[in-house]
Ligand binder design. Sequence first.
Ligand code: NDP
Ligand code: BG6
Length: 661
Amino acid sequence: MTQGSSVLSGGRMHSPQSPAEPCVMVIFGASGDLTKRLLVPALYNLACDGLLPDQFAIAGVAMDEFTTESFREKMSHDVRQFSTRKEFDAETWDWLCSRIYYTPGKFDDDAAFARLAELVAQLDQQYQTSGNVLFYMATPPSVFGLISDSLDKAGFKTSSDGWKRIIVEKPFGTDLPSALALNREILKYWTEDQIYRIDHYLGKETVQNIIAFRFSNGMFEPLWNRNFVDHIQFSVAEAVGVEGRGAYYDKSGVLRDMMQNHMFQMLAYLCMEPPISFAPEAVRNEKSKVLEAVRIMDADAVRANTVRGQYGPGSTADGKAVPGYREEPSVPPNSNTETFAAVKLFIDNWRWLGVPIYLRSGKRLWKRGTEIVVQLKNPPDVVFRGTPVESLEPNRLIFHIQPDQGIELRFQAKTPGPEMALQSVNMRFDYSQAFTASRAVGYEVLIYNCMNGDATLFSRTDLVETAWRIAQPMLDAWKNEPADFPNYAAGSWGPKPAFELIERDGRKWVELLNRESLARVPLFEGADPVLLASLIMALKPVVFQPGDEVVRRGEIGRELYLISRGEVDVTDATGAVLATLGEGNFFGEISLLTSAPRNATVRAKSHCDLFVLEKSDFARVLRDRPHFLKTIMEIAQGRYNVSADEVLSDHAAAHAESHSA
Ligand code: NDP
Ligand code: BG6
């Protein structure tokens, strides 16, 4: 077979990559949710791609009284529901299914483990797996020690043939002391090179691509430091709530559930030093080193640099009403668990000293989206003095992790025309356009690598402990200070203080919109893709709480506001409400069109997420798209009873003035 080719044989694809090493995979917790939703679909994908060896079998263990036959039936049903492949390959599934076995038993039952030992020995013979066994602990961490002890008693550790490895699931501890204890417990039974602590974010192609991108391209590495990078943002927004996992989530919260693990892993990849090779220890050393350099906060620093949130009732993007966190099943009605957090960290090392790293994540936000923004410092703007350019937009390198997958570079270009005007533009790489790989579960590469003894994508003892050391002061401070929850509406952008956290530093979160959601705003319905693309880069987010004044009557307007979420009241000089505007609506246009003082005050009636379009971008859009001006004028005429001539002549005068400026 030539390099890069692949052939079909007996239903299974033989890919140019070699199948993993032979083994029996024992899954503890085989009747659980993780096994059916992620593990078995991932194994099926590996089989379809020819990455499982013929010398392979699975032994499922759990309390439920399945037989091998009934367990195979259940898996055959579940895999069809959770498979990520477009077409189901029954032949490959039959191949895999015929290798699945089940033995019931409690994790403290010696007799059950003796039966398991017999089954594994029989499978080893039958499938010629050379004594290799991979134990996957798809169970709560509270039983990792118990399982290890029972395996030890059943003689698995002393069997000399082949390798024995364990994959342990998250959460790896619930705080620093429990993580230290869990490590101590596991290390009693296993050596470090046998332990594979999983973080499913490292199974994502886009996350692995962070290091591929950084170290295979010379272009950015010289800029990757405190001299050129202004700050970095990590955002993980989830549209879902706790999805029936209230009992687990209430003991966790977003800091434990997302930040301490998944987000710190991404941070480590983005900020670590180049490893000397991709050998597991070389990569793991650098990841640990960068996390060790993260400044540990004291209680005052936690107060200054973190924001917590919890969602109240609200609605999803498609308008469905959803309950607040405290009304979710199994969540106490007075819960103080955070479902949102924004945190500012510093990495005190040679490369990053003084560069703020902002992280935020939350459940029930306006969209699902994981993005990393590396914002570069601005060049001096002296050469633009005397031109229409009022300020420079910083260059941004954006990693779209999910659901959009790609990398985008935003920079400025001259707007076509006689004057020196600038506009934000971008270059973008999209996975869907560059690659044709099937959608993966994310666990494939992790299982495959573990079978091959490659621990690069797994966390070492020191890394998980360091990550907890960073999180612990936040957990302590938050525990001692009650929060004013709920403080953001389900479906919104999160609590206002999270915006203030970054705005205090003269920066802004980059809220990434896509064309589809912008095209749903009534004002932009039917707008051409070029306009939408330029608006996406020009719109900036701002959040207001009920009663906040957004614009004041008499001020000279410098922005147009678009309502993404919430309602505002437009009031006249006497305070009488002239209109209430809701989602998809906009305001502030008259003052921009006429350059006259604002003729109304606008206040947030509810929690409001607004997009701001600055005057220079607004003027550019109007100049390039006259039909857009017409739409805005018709709305303004209806709203404020101004005549078209009045607006047009004022707009022309304002435009001429800005040209001569
Ligand atoms: P479930 O509760 O659905 O499954 C737990 C499994 O463990 C069940 O098969 C259960 O058997 C078995 N089990 C628990 N205690 C014992 C015991 N004493 N003796 C024998 N069997 C036992 O949990 P999940 O599958 O959802 O999660 C498992 C782990 O994976 C957790 O650590 C979780 O955090 C992690 N995880 C889960 C994800 C998911 O999407 N589900 C995603 C990422 C991580 P029985 O049903 O017979 O009681
Ligand atoms: C899990 C968390 O680890 O990651 C969940 O427990 C969260 O609460 C999930 O929803 C997010 O994973 P992904 O891959 O959907 O971003």
